[in-house]
Design a binder for this molecule. Structure first.
Ligand code: ADP
Ligand code: MG
Length: 345
């Protein structure tokens, strides 16, 4: 073994990228979250070859100031938190300041932005190398564009794990769907190899929101689901959304979206509560379909559990579990009175 030395920033970023950037879909997730955090009301996504060759995303958010552009690509550089306390009630989707640094270390990345207060747009480029990024003038309306080319071009071992274009695109599309469900007020478009795959207009009314759900999840889901919106005064918990009728059960758990304060999550506790609520009305091996939004005081949930932020930790897990279970159980029992037999609450 040789002596201890510091890793170069590029190598450190490439190692960190292993946690955040698994495939084109993870790049799109990070870029989309940044756009939403910047207050964008419109996001256009263009991909080629399943995102392996090209991912281009353009938003109309607040943009980045000229002098901040190189920083945006540095690791541990974020505009979203200042102190540890901020994490206790973080409202943004990002906060780790890792995504752009990671992505730029394993691709050819161009970041172009015009800040809301600026007259001109500026651009920085990287090629996965340790280099001084130079800021050059560019043409761009207010907002930000990120172009990610040749993902994993310099990390062949990672590239080998990529699947076919079609499979990578499916994963990527799923990410867009999730974020489109999380923010109905934002317009999204997704093109693959020049073809329009999704074009979602912003939803402002409940009917428009429902239309977005139908577009993303399929019209059959909305037709065969129950809508709900229930709040518990004492705990400040609110659960709303749509749950599929027992007759709309699926052979796979492929239509299950659960958002906590606007962030999609996978959580054992939540999954258990939902499964229990459906227990008496679903056949063994069938899965419920749902698009559900849980809202609670951000202080009661820790989102900094994992770099991809798919996991959360509830401060009062039992309370959350029981609220979800009771709410859904009651809604389901209302259409299937016999299911209420086990109701104890
Ligand atoms: P994080 O989102 O955790 O802060 P990122 O690496 O994803 O870290 O982004 C770094 C910073 O770059 C962000 O904090 C933000 O200030 C800026 N940024 C990135 N993307 C955008 C965007 N689309 N619009 C405005 N600012 C952005
Ligand atoms: Mg981010």
């Amino acid at each position: 073994m040789s002596r201890i030395h510091l890793l170069s920033p590029r190598l450190a970023n490439q190692i960190a990228a292993g946690e955040v950037v698994e495939r084109p879909a993870s790049v799109v997730k990070e870029l989309l979250e940044n756009s939403l955090d910047s207050g964008a009301s419109q996001v256009e996504i263009d991909v080629e070859q399943g995102g392996i060759k090209l991912i281009r995303l353009r938003d109309n958010g607040d943009g980045i100031e000229r002098d901040d552009l190189p920083l945006a690509l540095s690791r541990h550089a974020t505009s979203k938190i200042l102190a540890l306390e901020d994490l206790e009630a973080v409202g943004s989707l990002g906060f780790r300041g890792e995504a752009l640094a990671s992505i730029s270390s394993v691709s050819r990345l161009t970041l172009t932005s015009r800040h809301s207060g600026a007259e001109n747009a500026w651009q920085v480029q990287t090629e996965g190398r340790d280099m001084e990024t130079s800021v050059t003038p560019a043409a761009h309306p207010q907002g930000t564009s990120v172009e990610v080319r040749d993902l994993f071009f310099n990390t062949p071992a990672r590239r080998k794990f990529l699947r076919t274009e079609q499979t990578e695109f499916k994963h990527l599309e799923e990410v867009v769907k999730r974020l489109a469900l999380s923010r109905s007020d934002v317009a999204f478009s997704l093109r693959h190899n020049g073809r329009v795959i999704h074009q979602l207009r912003p939803a402002r009314t409940e009917a428009e929101h429902e239309r977005r759900i139908a577009t993303v999840c399929g019209p059959a889901f909305i037709d065969q689901s129950l809508s709900l919106d229930i709040a518990a005064e004492a705990s400040g918990l609110r659960l709303w959304g749509w749950i599929g009728l027992p007759t709309f059960s699926r052979s796979q758990a492929d239509l299950q979206y659960f958002f906590v304060n606007g962030r999609i999550i996978r959580d054992k506790l939540v999954a258990h509560a939902i499964r229990q609520a459906y227990q008496d009305v679903l056949f063994h091996g069938r899965h419920p379909a749902f698009v559900l939004y849980l809202e609670l005081d951000p202080k009661l949930v820790d989102v900094n559990v994992h770099p991809t932020k798919h996991e959360v930790r509830f401060r009062e897990g039992r309370l959350v579990h029981d609220f979800i279970f009771r709410t859904l159980h009651r809604v389901i029992a209302d259409v299937r009175p016999e299911a209420a037999a086990g109701e104890t609450a």
